[in-house]
Design a protein around this ligand. Structure first.
Ligand SMILES: NC(=O)C[C@H](N)C(=O)O
Length: 547
């Protein structure tokens, strides 16, 4: 009986979901039909459109691609309804010119409100949510206004007021720090809306890349039982489970499990690191794009996926509408905004040059860690650069070293440099699971790589994984992850929280490798934004988790 009851509840839950999904589909499709369930049905005969759709109708074609107009005949008035928020109200004697935004494009729509028809427009303040219906027609002043068409008022409903005395976001420059203090309102800013679109578009494009290449997307757990990756400080949950559990610092170990059954897997998952550092490159919660590939014993195979995936992404971005929007926003930043970003990218060919640095005619440069240290030492000796940390073989590369290398050797050697692979780091610098470069370990390096970018440093880390059971256990012991073996224990020793991980190598083991990419870092770099906190809707970092 209870079971039946549960099923009944579930069924009605799903049918409710389906109903609301189909409603929202109608709503989002921007077509004429509009469900009565929506708060403010538009006047009869108008079609509900997004601002992006409207502006596209007369926009210059992007890269030669013609955009079809949304309605047909020139003779029939194009009556449309737009839902959005007022960005500004230029209140003239006879007319009010509203700039309305709906997040589908960073461009606002201009709506013209004749006061003799509407009455007093003072209440139409910045932030107010409205539904406006009108005729979409050529703007008489289109030379001065950027938009060749504007919306001429027929009717307007205020759906939600925004008291200008209290609404914090006004049409003026706000510092990033001020806006970060109100993440619940920040998406209303044009740049933020464009960044949301960039993230969404990028995710779709990458999903397509993997789909076309028979990679399976998987959802690894967020709560994990091991904290042993050595990737950084972990967030711990002590009380709920029988023993301490952790918020994942990387999905790699779980991806390896999947890859032993489904040879090519990937995920884009939240990842957590309780890093104490308060920098513009780190967050306590971020997204990591990770992939794991079985049946390979070549680091080149793994780098090949990283390179091809990123090239595929960037070549699509250059041609895309959101790409154009992001470059336009970047090029038209105010001096304050550019200063807040703090990057020299605009002075050096703009964002487009940065994107092109990914699309070199030859594959990206690869160099070993040993060569990298030699290059760094040489540059210091030549007086070409000064570092806070001396580059010494055996020490970690610092961000200052990474950035220098990527600028000098990455890309096609252009003004800004570009992506650069550094491979084969010393064993002592990297986690326990990496395979030695030479299987006997004589090189004291591991088969791994970091992908470095100018201004950013490390974007991706990847490696071949140790697939030999005995060697893995030995390495775990050498890294202090498990105690020395008890007398006569043999290999059946206590492997602690990593027993399951070692067991992958016990039954049906296979050579494999993978990588993890800092997704937010990638987005920030592509958008020409220095501070990673700007590309995350609700950024969390040390001491800050506002809402
Ligand atoms: N999946 C990966 O290879 C990422 C790696 N575990 C890291 O934390 O950087």
């Amino acid at each position: 009986m209870e079971k039946l009851f549960n099923i009944a509840i579930r069924t009605s839950f799903w049918s409710r979901q389906r109903r609301s999904l189909s409603r929202s589909h109608t709503w989002l499709s921007g077509e004429a039909t509009q469900s009565s369930a929506v708060q403010a049905p538009p006047p009869h005969g108008s079609r509900v459109v997004s601002i992006a759709t409207l502006l596209r109708d007369h926009e210059a074609p992007v890269l030669g691609k013609k955009v079809e107009p949304s309605t047909g005949s020139k003779d029939v008035p194009d009556i449309v309804t737009v839902n959005g928020w007022i960005r500004s109200n230029r209140n003239m004697k006879k007319y009010s010119f509203l700039h309305v935004a709906d997040g589908t494009t960073s461009q606002p729509l201009q709506a013209v409100i004749p006061k003799d028809q509407f009455g007093d427009t003072k209440a139409l303040t910045t932030g107010t949510c409205i539904q406006i219906t009108g005729e979409w027609k050529p703007s008489p002043g289109s030379k001065q206004n950027q938009q060749a068409k504007e919306l001429h008022y027929h009717s307007l409903k205020v759906l939600g007021t925004a008291d200008p005395e209290t609404y914090p976001i006004q049409k003026k420059y706000h510092t990033p720090e001020f806006l970060r203090s109100m993440p619940h309102l920040r998406p209303r800013l044009p740049t933020q809306a464009a960044l949301l679109q960039l993230r969404s578009w990028t995710t779709a494009r990458i999903t397509n890349f993997f789909l076309e290449r028979e990679f399976i997307q998987v959802h690894p757990p967020i709560i994990t039982s091991s904290d042993c990756e050595g990737a950084g400080e972990v967030f711990t949950q002590d009380h709920f489970f029988r023993s301490p559990k952790y918020l994942t610092v990387s999905s790699q170990l779980h991806l390896e499990c999947f890859a032993h059954a489904v040879p090519k897997v990937w995920t884009l998952s939240p990842t957590f690191r309780a890093e104490k550092s308060d920098t513009n490159r780190h967050l306590s919660e971020f997204y990591m794009l990770e992939a794991e590939i079985a049946f390979t014993n070549s680091l080149e195979d793994v780098m090949f996926v990283v390179e091809n995936m990123t090239r595929y992404l960037v070549s699509g971005l250059i041609e895309s509408r959101i790409g154009k929007e992001i470059t336009d926003i970047h090029a038209s930043r105010s001096p304050e905004e550019a200063a807040a970003d703090g990057e020299e990218v605009a002075a050096k060919g703009g964002l487009r040059a940065r994107w092109e640095s990914f699309l070199t005619p030859n594959r990206w440069t690869r160099m070993t860690y040993t060569q990298a240290v030699e290059h760094l030492s040489h540059a210091v000796a030549q007086g070409e650069v000064k570092f806070v940390f001396e580059p010494i073989w055996g020490n970690a590369l610092q961000a200052e070293h990474e950035k220098f290398l990527a600028r000098k050797f990455g890309g096609s050697g252009g003004v800004e440099g570009g992506p650069l692979f550094v491979t084969d780091y010393p064993t002592t610098l990297k986690p326990f699971y990496m395979l030695p470069t030479t299987l006997d370990g004589s090189d004291e390096t591991v088969a791994c790589f970091d992908l470095l970018l100018p201004h950013v440093g490390e974007l991706v880390g990847g490696s071949l994984r140790e697939h030999r059971y005995e060697h893995l256990v030995e390495k775990m012991r050498a890294f202090g992850l498990i105690p020395p073996p008890a007398e006569g224990a043999g290999m059946e020793e206590d492997l602690g929280g990593l027993k399951w991980y070692a067991e992958l190598r016990k039954w049906g083991s296979v050579t494999h490798g993978g990588f993890g990419m800092g997704y937010d870092r990638l987005l920030a770099y592509l958008a020409g934004i220095k501070d990673i906190r700007e590309v995350v809707g609700f950024p969390r970092w040390r001491g800050r988790c506002d809402c």
